[in-house]
Design a protein around this ligand. Structure first.
Ligand code: SF4
Ligand code: SF4
Length: 79
């Protein structure tokens, strides 16, 4: 099941707190936290690592407590 889903998550980096809930909720494990910046001041944000591996299940969007994830059509995500 690769590249067949119509929707992928768009993560609002301004709302994301790096809590990691979406990472834990994603069945195919295509989300992970990435450090933005260096050193102790670096912040973490959720990133979709493998767009093709995303099934479009939207569990990440449902799980996010901060409403930072919106499901978007693949085409729109490439704007
Ligand atoms: S939509 Fe589903 S498969 Fe895709 S990133 Fe979110 S939880 Fe993972
Ligand atoms: S659940 Fe929401 S706030 Fe938490 S890391 Fe994922 S996108 Fe960011």
């Amino acid at each position: 099941m690769t590249g067949t889903s119509k929707a992928i998550p768009a993560i609002d980096l301004n709302r994301c707190t790096g809590c990691g809930w979406c990472v834990a909720a994603c069945p195919p494990h295509v989300l992970s936290l990435h450090a933005l910046g260096d050193g102790p001041g670096a912040i973490k944000r959720s990133v979709l690592d493998d767009e093709e591996g995303c099934t479009g299940c939207a569990l990440c969007a449902v799980r996010c407590p901060f409403d930072a994830i919106r499901m978007v059509r693949r085409e729109q995500s490439r704007r």
